[in-house]
Design a protein around this ligand. Structure first.
Ligand SMILES: [Zn+2]
Length: 217
């Protein structure tokens, strides 16, 4: 019995040695995929041996869409956080963050150098009328690789001349809270007479967010 701790320590050291060797020779790769059809996402973890051959592979569904079970999945690498269609120059994009409403219009979207101009509007008093009349509305112009004004920040990238991608701040399936930016692309060309707090607008904060209406809390 007295020799047991010694044996245990020996085995422990041996195991550590083995694990040490393993760690040096095994590579683990994680790849994210999105289903083009239902929007579900998965993470595939693969282990590669020292010879570069894949030994084992496992996958975890990281977001299961409501139509997951009936979908004939088409997995593509990566996770898309964009709004499905590129946004054209001149279209009014409404945004909200809790009770704060805003809007911006992309202008001169360029591929090379990749940047965009934009005009922005917002108010913090919970009202949604964004025309330039009300004194509560702040407005201005910006330029760059992302859309920043007030406490709003939305990522952008060029799709083609005059069109660009806007990105949600949350991953598919991730919870969207009142402090997250929600986006609604409209076909309007002017913020005049636009009320962002009207029920016709559906604001979303992630590719899978069912969204909330302009007048919803
Ligand atoms: Zn699918």
């Amino acid at each position: 019995m007295r020799s047991l701790p010694g044996v245990t320590i020996c085995i422990f050291v041996l195991l550590l040695g083995l694990l040490g060797c393993e760690r040096k020779s095994i590579q683990i790769r994680e790849t994210l995929y999105t289903c083009k059809l239902c929007g579900s996402t998965k993470q595939v973890t693969s282990q590669y041996g020292p010879d570069g051959q894949r030994r084992t592979s496992g996958e975890t569904i990281t977001y299961m869409s409501p139509t997951y079970a009936s979908c004939n999945h088409q997995w593509v690498q990566g996770i898309s956080m964009t709004i499905p269609e590129p946004v054209s120059d001149g279209a009014v994009v409404l945004v909200r963050k809790g009770h704060m409403y805003g809007a911006f219009i992309l202008l001169n979207q360029r591929v090379d150098p990749e940047r965009t101009d934009f005009v922005w509007y917002y108010r913090t008093d919970g009202q949604g009328d964004l025309g330039e009349g009300p004194p509560a509305v702040r407005s201005g112009k910006g330029r760059g690789g992302s859309i920043k004004f007030g406490s709003f920040e939305i990522s952008w990238s060029a799709a083609e001349e005059g069109k660009g991608w806007l990105y949600y701040g949350k991953l598919p399936g991730q919870e969207v809270g009142p402090q997250d930016v929600r986006i609604c692309v409209t076909e309007h060309r002017d913020v005049k007479d636009l009320d962002a707090s009207a029920p016709q607008w559906l604001f979303k904060g992630s590719p899978t967010d069912p969204g909330i209406r302009g007048d919803e809390n």
